[in-house]
Design a protein around this ligand. Structure first.
Ligand code: PLP
Length: 392
């Protein structure tokens, strides 16, 4: 066996990307597969954004930029955080990366020592625990199921924090559950964090704009401004502007931490793609009206999928506040089909119905499944029909 570093043996490949790859494989082999595993909008990037990228390529914006992003993009991010989030940052507090994923990677690289603990509410976005493991830290999972709309309580947070806790990661609206914390709930979590000055909080706001509940979006810094000097806001253009392939995300936080993250990035990827940065300026500064039709479509699909799932025997699904995922409890349906766990269940569904979804255990909460409705209504109708048949 080829000898590899311990750190790489501690982690696994992203399970959501694996499901997408498996579905693509079956499709290539001629199977009629409907993928409900995708973590990306099915829309094209709005034209004005694409045009900005073409202009940039034609106008010679094709060289290295500053590692932490162009001055222009950093200013657009500062303006965006002010406009949308009522947060004030200076240029030294902003780092542009190759996706929000790299921002989180840089954060954990810059912050965590061996043995440190990272508090991660479960179900979680698949990469949080593995990035923590890569840097020798220990994920401390805090479970919250459908009964609490997948939200952890202040008591749970308090119990999870120890002397070793260095980081807490919040993601709202959440991948995989589609639920979001209210400002009041965040204020309660914030008042726990106020008592632990050694703890940094990361707020993954990537689904900020894909929200339809009545209360507007807010993050932990809005709810608890006293945490600003140890909070890192992570966001990006991938989900709101259908720009997953462009790979631009960013982090905003205390200058010393952002500076350290910049140093990590300077020794790995250097700057994110110059052309993508120009496109992101157009996304953030341009007409925000391009988000609305996508949001409307996601909401319509959510309503349809929720209704269909809740009519299936052994399935119950909590309504979402946003995103393009839902996270139905399918334990009873699994047992009835004679599956030992949700991985076997997802495989059986893929093989027998051609519907690809991601088992809840991939997100740290077995018995559930993540369904992405970032696909056409036509596909969703077919998929729900097939699932209904298989489970009846
Ligand atoms: N955070 C969450 C919760 C996500 O769902 C994703 C993408 O799936 C990301 C971060 C990473 O986004 P990107 O690296 O495309 O900006």
């Amino acid at each position: 066996e080829f000898k590899l570093a311990d750190r790489v043996n501690r982690i696994k490949p992203s399970p959501t990307l694996a499901v997408t790859a498996r579905a693509a494989e079956l499709r290539a082999a001629g199977e009629d597969v409907i993928g409900l595993g995708a973590g990306e909008p099915d829309f094209d990037t709005p034209q004005h954004i694409v045009e900005a990228a073409i202009d940039a390529a034609r106008n010679g914006q094709t060289r290295y930029t500053a590692v932490d992003g162009t001055a222009e993009l950093k200013q657009s991010i500062i303006d965006k955080l002010h406009r949308d989030n009522q947060l004030s940052y200076s240029a030294k507090q902003i780092l542009v990366s190759c996706g929000a994923k790299q921002s989180l990677f840089n954060l954990m690289a810059a912050l965590l020592n061996d043995g440190d603990e990272v508090v991660i509410p479960a179900p979680y976005w698949v990469s949080y625990p593995d990035i923590a493991l890569l840097f020798g830290a220990k994920p401390k999972l805090v479970k919250a199921g459908a009964e609490s709309r997948f939200k952890i309580s202040p008591q749970q947070l308090e119990e999870a924090i120890t002397d070793k806790t260095r980081l807490v990661i919040l993601n709202s609206p959440s991948n995989p559950t589609g639920t979001a914390y209210t400002k009041a709930e965040l204020a309660e979590l914030g008042s726990v964090l106020e008592r632990y000055p050694q703890v940094v909080v990361a707020s993954d706001d990537i689904y900020e704009h894909i929200i339809w509940r009545e209360e507007p979006f807010s993050n932990i810094v809005n709810a608890c401004p006293s945490l600003a000097d140890r909070a890192v806001v992570v966001n990006g253009v991938s989900k709101a502007y259908a720009m997953t392939g462009w790979r631009i995300g960013y982090a905003a936080g205390p200058a010393p931490l952002i500076g350290a993250m910049n140093k990590v990035q300077s020794q790995s990827t250097s700057n994110p793609t110059s052309i993508s940065q120009a496109a992101s300026v157009a996304a953030l500064n341009g007409d925000q009206g391009c988000i609305e039709p996508m949001l409307k479509a996601f909401k319509e699909r959510h309503d349809f999928v929720l209704d269909k799932l809740n009519s299936m025997p052994g399935v119950s699904c909590t309504p979402c506040d946003g995103t393009f995922y839902c996270f139905p409890l399918m334990q009873e349906a699994m047992e009835r089909l004679g599956c030992d766990d949700d991985v076997a269940f997802a495989e059986k569904l893929l093989n027998e119905t051609g519907v690809a979804l991601v088992p809840g255990s991939a997100f740290g909460l077995p018995g559930y499944a993540r369904i992405s409705y970032a696909t056409s209504m036509e596909n969703l109708e077919k998929a729900m029909e097939r699932l209904h048949k298989a489970l009846s």
